[in-house]
Design a protein around this ligand. Structure first.
Ligand code: ZN
Length: 245
């Protein structure tokens, strides 16, 4: 994947998603590798699909500028992302998550990794454009489902989330601050987890398959409809009863 300096010096852990890492981060890489292995197993079952061909790159701060990415300018250090600009596509992961990530519980790192991994699964095939809340709901709900399967202390994590940041996932709009972005993602996590508990994880596969059948850009109304239909007959009344929605 990465034959350029400084990544030539990086070591590699094997697995469903191989992890490249600087020599001093071997233990962190092994932990990441285990979590990605578990995530890959669950997401393959949930979405009835083969795992994506992808790698992970655990990057130290001094090498961050050289990491593959779509745009010219590096993202701020500490924000993990998934990029298709390398071959194979890569999950680019910082050594430590930015301070804006929270709540700071043992569930945070696994949830964050599975979110990016879910993007890798979803982007195996081209999909039409959707509202941001819909595009980010999927990886959040999927990572919540994996967390349940893996028996992570999810309840404790969700308890620490601010449930009323002053907007809902649909009224979030284009707020750009990192703090608002995190609050938005956490609302989506609450909604995703609640949906999995109420309707079971089967709706996730239905939703992804329905999305793949869409041929036109999915607007607000259509996104609401796709989600409600995937949930089932009570989907819409349940959604509008949720304060995050
Ligand atoms: Zn995302």
């Amino acid at each position: 994947m990465l034959t350029v300096e400084p990544f030539q010096k990086y070591g590699r852990t094997d697995g469903a998603i191989p992890v490249l890492h600087p020599p001093h981060l071997r233990e962190d890489a092994e932990n990441v590798s285990r979590l990605l292995e578990a995530g890959t197993r669950h997401l393959s079952l949930l979405l009835e699909t083969d795992p994506p061909e992808a790698g992970a790159l655990l990057v130290s701060e001094e090498d961050w500028r050289e990491a593959p990415r779509e745009g010219e300018r590096p993202y701020p250090y500490g924000l993990p992302y998934f990029t298709r600009s390398s071959s194979p596509p890569a999950l680019v992961l910082p050594e430590t998550l930015s301070a804006v990530f929270g709540p700071r519980t043992d569930a945070l790192l696994p949830l964050t990794l599975w979110h990016e991994l879910a993007h890798a699964f979803l982007l195996q095939r081209e999909v039409v454009r959707t509202p941001v809340w819909f595009a980010e709901f999927l990886p959040q709900a999927l990572s919540a489902a994996v967390a349940r399967d893996e028996e992570l202390p999810l309840a404790e994590h969700l308890m620490s989330i601010d449930r009323e940041p002053g907007y809902t996932v649909r009224t979030f709009g284009g707020r750009a601050s990192a703090k608002d972005q995190m609050a938005f993602q956490n609302l989506l996590l609450l909604l995703g987890d609640a949906a999995v508990r109420e309707f079971g994880e089967g709706f996730l596969g239905r939703l992804v398959h329905a999305l793949r059948d869409e041929r036109e850009v999915v607007d607000e109304g259509r996104a609401e409809e796709l989600l409600a239909n995937a949930l089932g007959p009570d989907g819409w009344s349940w959604l509008v009863s949720r304060s995050e929605f």
